[in-house]
Design a protein around this ligand. Structure first.
Ligand SMILES: NC(=O)c1ccc[n+]([C@@H]2O[C@H](COP(=O)([O-])OP(=O)(O)OC[C@H]3O[C@@H](n4cnc5c(N)ncnc54)[C@H](OP(=O)(O)O)[C@@H]3O)[C@@H](O)[C@H]2O)c1
Length: 286
C-alpha cells in the first residue's frame, strides 16, 4: 500500500489535471499550484463567476485552465460534468475529487439522497468510473479528499444513503469513511489498468467556505480551537499536499495525511464492506 515507484507516469507532453470544487478554498489553491507546475487544469465547479475568476488567475500567471461548469450534487449533473470532461480530455493524469463538505440542514437532492452522501461519495464514484479510460490512458492518479477519520469510525450504507440518513458532522465523517473505503476498492479494481488511488486529508484549514451551511456554533468555535491547539495549516501548505499526493511520490490506495501515508481506518479496509458499498453506488446510477 505504501510503496514508492521509480517509474515516471508522465510523458513530456502537457499533463492534464481535473480538480472538482476548484472555484474556492482548497480546490482552487490546488488548481493554481498544479497549473504553476505545468498542468493543464480543468476547473470543475457550479459557479460561473468564481470559476471564471479561477481560470483568469491561472491564465494570468501563464498557465492553462478551462472551466467545466456543473452541479455535482445530482446524478445527472455529475454525469454531465463527466461527459464534458470526456469530450475535451482524452487523457487525464490527475483527477482530484475535492468538492465536498458538511451540511447543517437535512435536505434531499433531486435523486432523493442526503446531500452529504451525494456530494462526498456518489459524485466521486460517478466521475471516477466515467473517466477511467482517460485515466488509464495516462496511467493516472485519483486523489479523493477526505478528512481526519478516526481509526474506529464505523458506518453502514443505510446510515449514509438510506431514508433516515441525516446531515451534520457525524454524517460528514461517516461519508468520508465511505470515500476512504471506495478509494481502496477502486485501487483493487483498477490497479491493473495502471491507475492509482489515494485518499488525502488536507489538514485543518480555517478560512475556506467549508461548513458555511452548518449551524453557527461548530463553525465559529472549530477554527478557534484548532488554532489554539496548533493543528491548523495554511492554504499554501494544503496546496502542496495536493501536489505531493498527485505526483509519483506516493502510490497505491493509501490514506495520506500529516505528511505520511498511514493505514486507513479499520472499516475502510474491510473488502466485504467495500464490495457492498460499490455495489450500492453502482445500483444508484444504473
Ligand atoms: N477546510 C478544511 O479544514 C478541510 C479539512 C478536511 C477536509 N476538507 C475537505 O476539503 C474539500 C474542500 O473543502 P474547502 O475547505 O475548500 O471547502 P469550500 O471552500 O466550501 O470548497 C468546496 C468546493 O466544492 C464546490 N462545491 C460544493 N458543492 C458543489 C456542487 N454541488 N457541485 C459542484 N461543486 C460544488 C464549491 O463550489 P462553489 O464555489 O460553487 O460553492 C467549492 O469550490 C472538501 O472535500 C472538504 O470536505 C476541508
Amino acid at each position: 500500500m505504501t510503496t514508492k515507484t521509480s517509474t515516471p507516469r508522465t510523458s513530456t507532453t502537457t499533463r492534464t489535471a481535473v480538480v472538482t470544487g476548484a472555484t474556492s478554498g482548497l480546490g482552487q489553491a490546488a488548481a493554481i499550484a498544479l497549473a504553476a507546475r505545468g498542468y493543464r487544469v480543468l476547473i470543475v465547479g457550479r459557479d460561473q463567476v468564481r470559476g471564471q475568476a479561477t481560470v483568469s488567475t491561472i491564465r494570468g500567471a501563464g498557465g492553462q485552465a478551462e472551466l467545466v461548469l456543473g452541479d455535482l450534487m445530482t446524478i445527472a449533473g455529475a454525469e454531465a460534468v463527466a461527459a464534458e470532461i470526456l469530450r475535451i480530455a482524452p487523457s487525464i493524469d490527475l483527477l482530484i475529487n475535492n468538492a465536498g463538505g458538511a451540511f447543517g440542514r437535512d435536505e434531499r437532492t433531486d435523486d432523493g439522497l442526503e446531500r452529504t452522501f451525494a456530494l462526498n461519495v456518489l459524485a466521486p464514484f460517478i466521475l471516477t468510473e466515467a473517466l477511467i479510460e482517460p485515466l488509464a490512458a495516462a496511467r493516472g492518479r485519483v486523489v479523493n479528499v477526505v478528512t481526519a477519520v478516526p481509526n474506529g469510525a464505523k458506518t453502514t450504507i443505510d446510515a449514509i444513503a438510506g431514508e433516515k440518513a441525516s446531515a451534520g458532522m457525524g454524517s460528514y465523517v461517516r461519508n468520508k469513511l465511505a470515500l476512504l473505503t471506495l478509494t481502496i476498492e477502486e485501487q483493487r479494481r483498477f490497479e491493473a489498468r495502471g491507475v492509482s488511488f489515494v485518499s488525502l486529508h488536507p489538514g485543518v484549514i480555517p478560512g475556506t467556505r467549508f461548513g458555511s451551511d452548518s449551524p453557527g456554533i461548530f463553525m465559529k468555535i472549530g477554527p478557534v480551537i484548532a488554532r489554539l491547539i496548533g493543528i491548523t495549516s495554511t492554504l499554501d501548505e494544503a496546496a502542496e499536499r495536493f501536489v505531493h499526493v498527485g505526483s509519483d511520490e506516493v502510490v497505491g490506495g493509501g490514506f495520506y495525511y500529516e505528511g505520511k501515508l498511514r493505514p486507513a481506518p479499520r472499516q475502510a479496509q474491510d473488502p466485504a464492506f467495500a464490495a457492498e458499498l460499490r455495489s450500492a453506488l453502482a445500483g444508484m446510477v444504473a
